[in-house]
Design a protein. Structure first.
Length: 278
């Protein structure tokens, strides 16, 4: 390889993610969302979009409104104002299950796993939305139900391989270290084959090594499954490393929106968040 070609290759490898990859159209469009709890304004007139195949972070100091925003997207909270659209289809007053059926899956900050059930069975619960045959056929495992179950199990095994948790397939989730439980929670969400994956503090409570593993899996999910990712996360290093664009909230208002470099250089953001010890 010539020196020039080598230099070009090195430059490409060092290119920021946002410029090195091409995104699709807007997949999730959040417009003018306002949410109050009694007198507390959790979100005021928040708008941002997420492009297909993007990793989009929502950051901000404690109480800024990050969880509220995620909860509005997946139907846990119903905002008083504004709209959210998935691929141009606006959804309002939808329950979490309906939002999930539309293709928006979520992991939880406080794991929502069945601790006594195996890794395999926990991830299978993520397939429930996709099971078409009726309960009787499923119970008897006959006809189309049998074929369907085989297909679901194959998909779940693919996720287990992908997340490198084969040795723990049969282990009750409650017996696994916290970092692995978080990985199972990611697997459960992935089993839904989501178009958009919402990650609620995926690195919370993890040690450095577990954080590195989780970062790699998020990037791989994004690359290999083509899943669009929206995440909220307190670890700024992680956010800036893996995100393509970042929304910054403070006291329920949007104060910044752009690439990690743009956000890092935004004086309002520095004042509100990056300059503090959060
Ligand atoms: N269910 C609720 N009832 C009442 N107030 C709420 C509720 N959920 C959130 N809030 C309030 O809304 C505001 C935003 O909270 P939210 O949890 O969304 O912030 P956050 O950025 O996720 O914070 P943290 O980083 O601490 O998790 C806070 O003032 C909070 O007290």
């Amino acid at each position: 390889m010539t020196d020039a070609a080598l230099l070009e290759q090195q430059e490409q490898a060092a290119a920021p993610r946002a410029t090195a990859r091409r995104f699709g159209d807007v997949i999730l469009d959040v417009k003018n969302i306002s949410l109050s709890f009694g007198g507390v304004k959790a979100l005021t007139d928040i708008s941002f979009d997420v492009r297909e195949h993007e990793i989009r972070a929502i950051i901000g100091p404690n109480g800024a409104g990050k969880s509220s925003m995620l909860n509005c997207i997946n139907g846990v909270y119903q905002p008083q104002q504004g709209s959210i659209a998935l691929r141009g289809k606006t959804f309002r007053h939808m329950k979490s299950r309906q939002v999930a059926e539309m293709g928006i899956a979520r992991t939880f900050q406080n794991l929502a796993l069945f601790k006594g059930m195996s890794v395999l069975d926990n991830i299978m619960t993520g397939r429930n939305l996709r099971i078409k045959s009726n309960l009787l056929l499923q119970a008897l495992r006959i006809g189309p139900a049998e074929k369907e179950e085989i297909r679901h199990r194959e998909y779940v095994e693919r996720i287990i391989d992908f997340l490198e948790i084969q040795p723990f397939r049969k282990t009750p989730v409650g017996q696994l270290p916290y970092g692995l439980q978080k990985r199972v929670d990611l697997g459960r969400a992935l089993a839904m084959e989501p178009q958009v994956l919402l990650l609620d503090e995926p690195m919370a409570g993890m040690n450095v090594e577990e954080k590195q593993d989780m970062c790699r899996f998020i990037l791989d999910v994004n690359d290999e499954f083509g899943t669009t990712v929206v995440l909220i996360e307190h670890d700024m290093g992680v956010v800036m490393d893996i995100s393509d664009r970042v929304v910054v909230l403070d006291y329920g208002r949007k104060i910044g929106d752009g690439t990690p470099d743009e956000v890092r250089g935004n004086p309002e953001v520095i004042k509100a968040y990056l300059g503090t010890a959060h």
